[in-house]
Design a protein around this ligand. Structure first.
Ligand code: CP
Length: 308
């Protein structure tokens, strides 16, 4: 039995197969419409979510399976003090696979150690968000035609942004990826990612504060939200929240093919006037999230080879 805690849990070859499967699902959805008949997905969300929870649920329904779960800690027995370890033992009796989001880093890992069903980390605190990374990789590969040989700017909250941490770890395995890390001083990438991931792997990267300085050299721009829920005080959040706003005027500095990604939700960091720009790919990215989660469910249930 396999779980997914970290994007590195899959080798590059396994990831290629997973992304190929996701592309096939996109092209031939009817082939997969009954592949999970009789299977159940539990979504255990101790933190708010729109895309991750609902795209997991859509994925399982598209595969002919069923879904059950809860969307907040308050509506589960966590509110009465039940541990994640006890919860997953019980859920193992009710479902075949589970996706868990939790505000505490490592909570899905603890669940996986006690589980009798595959557990998918659907985001744990500021740590990892591996299925967002699978979504990002599928989006880049499908729309850019390659993973590697590009310069990517990661902009916003690089300190607490789990999507950025997971994506950097995944992208260093591909050739010639240059990183431009764009953040205010207070929200710089954590030391463990800078030193243990980027420097240790001799990765090309630089850190800048101004988005305008980075835009002309980017093939991809990955915008992120400044996350109110990760700040210890409101004052710091208010000071940081509108540090970056990508608008039409700033976009004039970017190349005609620069792809704009964002894991969403967006607050103010991308002006809505950018949504109609052909470079904006963040809503397509959310759609790719369904295909890749369908591929992931099939793979972790060992059903990926059963469809022909
Ligand atoms: N990208 C993402 O994780 O969105 P949600 O918080 O809405 O799930």
């Amino acid at each position: 039995m396999r779980h997914l805690m970290n994007p590195l849990d899959f080798s590059v070859e396994e990831l290629d197969r997973l992304l190929d499967l996701a592309n096939d699902i996109e092209k031939n959805p009817e082939k997969y419409a009954h592949s999970c008949a009789g299977k159940k997905l539990a979504t255990l969300f101790y933190e708010p979510s729109t895309r991750t929870r609902l795209s997991f649920e859509a994925a399982m329904l598209n595969l002919g399976g069923s879904v059950l779960g809860f969307s907040s800690a308050d509506s589960s027995s966590a509110a009465k003090g039940e541990s994640v370890a006890d919860t997953i033992r019980v859920i193992s009796c009710y479902a075949d696979i589970c996706a868990m989001r939790h505000p505490k880093e490592g909570a899905p890992l603890i669940a996986s150690m006690k589980s009798r069903i595959p557990v998918i980390n659907a985001g744990d605190g500021g740590h990892q968000h591996p299925t967002q990374t699978l979504t990002d990789l599928l989006t880049i590969r499908s729309l850019k035609g390659r993973l590697g040989n590009f310069t990517i700017g990661l902009c916003g909250d690089l300190k607490f942004g789990r999507t950025v941490h997971s994506l950097i770890q995944a992208l260093i395995r591909y050739p010639d990826v240059n990183f431009v890390l764009i953040s205010p001083e207070e929200l710089r990438i954590p030391d463990n990612i800078r030193d243990d991931v980027l420097r240790r792997n001799r990765q090309q990267f630089k850190e800048v504060v101004r988005l305008e300085d980075a835009l002309p050299e980017l093939d991809l721009l990955y915008m992120t939200r400044v996350q109110r829920e990760r700040f210890f005080n409101e004052e710091d959040y208010v000071r940081m929240k509108d540090f970056y706003i990508l608008d039409k005027e700033k976009l004039k500095l970017a190349g005609p093919d620069m792809m704009i990604l964002h894991p969403l939700p967006r607050v103010n960091e991308i002006s809505v006037e950018v949504d109609d720009d052909p470079r904006a790919a963040y809503f397509k990215q959310a759609q790719y999230g369904v295909y890749v989660r369908m591929a992931l469910i099939l793979t972790l249930l060992g059903l990926e080879g059963s469809v022909c």
